[in-house]
Design a protein around this ligand. Structure first.
Ligand SMILES: NC(=O)C1=CN([C@@H]2O[C@H](COP(=O)(O)OP(=O)(O)OC[C@H]3O[C@@H](n4cnc5c(N)ncnc54)[C@H](OP(=O)(O)O)[C@@H]3O)[C@@H](O)[C@H]2O)C=CC1
Ligand SMILES: O=C1OC[C@@H](O)[C@H](O)[C@H]1O
Length: 373
């Protein structure tokens, strides 16, 4: 019997910057190369603030004779009847208005991290998606990489016991002294800083190992404590740390940090248990290996067995999240079970609190003031 034809998701891509380029390359990769046969992707249109930029982007990725439509506005992508889902690759503080416009035009949405400027904006989008019966997901690509599934299996299989403390850091040297102050990492109007750009990655491992742990029973963090060091260049957060306690059911703590002026450590995440540790190697947004250490007896710290698991994949690894979006839309699901709305809200709630405690306010008008949902 012939295999069923894959469900083909028709995409519109918004913005032609760095991440749109990475995501587009992965959308254009042959799904069979990663063992995917049930879904596939087709790019219908690319929207940019300039049609020349959209054309150049299409030519670079799909060649001169590509049938992908180039638009000089994002609105034309939302209005294109052939587009089923919109991928949003603009800077953080534009996500709300871009995602809202796409949803209002009847499109499903995959929106880059950080999903919005604040939790209220996100909840407003989620309410709209629900009302319009459309799918919405934060582009938390790391959570869909095969390594994340395996870390989760080890973390929940029982030999290590319950998680006690998780340390996770994502740092990267952005050479900010030599960047224009209008760069998205430095400009407060674009939500610049380490927290919203790098912070989602320490958070995904905390969510996976603590929030998702069956013993946590989906309890939300009980406390969040944050501290920010700002750059004098523009006042955005440069070195930021925060702790999250999950103490309603688990008695666990996540100690997280992000910096945009230093390189990452070799080990980016350590999940510590009474019976051992899980060490995840950098970069924590796309780790290719992790090591599990087992102690001879609970609490001894004496490692008697170590297992390292390594992973590899062609392409950048963004296609796993794209496949998830296609499957959810094919199956009529409003959200992903792996990275659902609850997790995106958890992240934004934490970021709101850390920014508040660290005294990082966006310029007036950047954050939308919205009714509570
Ligand atoms: N998942 C991941 O691995 C990554 C995710 N990201 C996320 O993607 C988003 C974009 O980051 P990145 O691609 O690095 O950013 P870039 O600056 O490279 O690209 C952003 C694009 O957004 C569009 N844009 C619209 N309005 C503005 C504006 N006022 N200022 C600047 N750009 C604007 C531009 O496209 P145009 O001119 O075509 O309209 C621009 O090229 C961020 O939210 C970031 O967190 C970033 C890197 C990696
Ligand atoms: O999402 C991201 O992942 C990798 C980082 O280098 C980048 O700044 C960030 O936006």
């Amino acid at each position: 019997m012939a295999a069923a034809a894959p469900f083909v998701l028709k995409w519109g891509v918004i913005a032609t910057g760095y991440i749109s380029s990475c995501f587009t390359k992965d959308l254009l990769a042959d799904p069979k190369e990663r063992g995917t046969t049930d879904v596939a992707h087709k790019i219908i249109a690319v929207g940019s603030r300039s049609v020349e930029s959209a054309q150049k982007f299409i030519e670079e990725h799909a060649g001169k004779n590509s049938e992908i439509k180039a638009y000089g506005t994002y609105t034309e992508v939302y209005a294109d009847p052939d587009v089923t889902a919109v991928y949003i690759g603009t800077p953080h503080t534009l996500h709300y208005e871009n995602a809202k416009a796409a949803l209002l035009a009847g499109k499903h949405v995959l929106c880059e991290k950080a999903t919005t400027s604040n939790a209220a904006e996100l909840r407003d989008l989620l309410a709209l998606a629900k009302e319009e019966k459309l799918f919405f997901m934060e582009a938390m690509w790391t959570r869909f990489q095969p390594i994340a599934k395996e870390v989760k299996r080890v973390a929940e299989e029982g030999s290590l016991g319950l998680p006690v403390v998780l340390h996770a850091d994502l740092s990267a040297d952005f050479d900010i002294e030599n960047k224009p102050k209008t760069h998205r990492m430095l400009d407060p109007k674009l939500g610049g800083g380490a927290l919203l750009d790098l912070g989602p990655y320490p958070m995904i491992w905390a969510v996976l190992a603590l929030y998702e742990h069956p013993a946590n029973k989906k309890a939300l963090p009980t406390t969040v404590t944050g501290s920010i060091v700002k750059t004098p260049l523009t006042g955005v957060d440069m070195n930021t740390s925060w702790t999250i306690n999950f103490t309603e059911t688990l008695k666990a703590q996540a100690i997280l940090s992000a910096s945009m002026t230093i390189p990452a450590n070799k080990t980016g995440v350590i999940i510590r248990y009474r019976n051992g540790n899980i060490l995840i190697q950098s970069p924590i947004y796309r780790p290719l290996s992790f090591t599990v250490q087992y102690f001879d007896k609970p609490g001894s710290g004496n490692v008697v067995r170590e297992e390292t698991k390594t992973f590899s994949h062609t392409g950048g690894g963004w296609y796993y999240e794209a496949d998830e979006v296609a499957r959810c839309i094919r199956d009529g699901k409003p959200e992903s079970e792996t990275w659902g709305h609850d997790k995106s809200c958890l992240l934004m709630d934490v970021f709101d609190q850390v920014r508040k405690q660290g005294g990082y306010e966006f310029p007036p008008g950047v954050e939308k003031v919205l009714p509570k949902h």
